[in-house]
Write a protein that binds this ligand. Sequence first.
Ligand code: NAP
Length: 166
Amino acid sequence: MRDPNVSLIVAVSENNVIGNQGGMPWHLSADLKRFRQLTTGHHIVLGRRTFDSIGRLLPERTTIIVTRNRNFHFPGAVVVSSLAIALSAAAGDDQPFVIGGAEIYQAALEHLQTMYLTRVHAEVAGDTFLPEIEWALWTLVESERFGADRKNDFDYSFELYRRSGT
Ligand code: NAP
């Protein structure tokens, strides 16, 4: 079998904010829609804090929660104690998605083949940041910009990056 295309998906501001006080610092309806379209049918890997902020299983996806708490359970979710175990649990999926937050993105960086970024074109106050990415290892293969509107707080761009040389 081919190596799985481990993919990161994130919305990030110009100043690298991804979260604030346990939640998302903006409302971008188009980003939620893209997230749903891309991840449906796949495994999603997330940290326990991001799971807490969502608070439920997302339909038509297999949810893998990473936590150090051995007593943590949630009906219908797979609960694991490391990112490596999460990726093993998703081994049958040709495209598992790492959906955050910052701690899980950091642990996943070396495993990633693809990154779906929604670049939010604003400087936003927040307390959680996308970890530093070694951009020289990545090629931007798609980018499309959209304007803010009634359902989207800020201008944003959908960007697709692939690991260079793959
Ligand atoms: P997180 O990465 O979601 O979860 C951290 C938790 O995951 C840790 O407390 C621990 O759980 C577990 N964990 C992390 N690394 C681990 C490891 N190596 N082994 C085992 N367990 C591990 O938390 P976060 O960094 O605080 O991110 C949450 C914030 O990001 C929220 O504000 C959320 O809204 C935001 N977010 C934004 C986006 C976006 O696209 N903008 C996406 C996702 C999340 P235990 O404490 O249970 O042991």
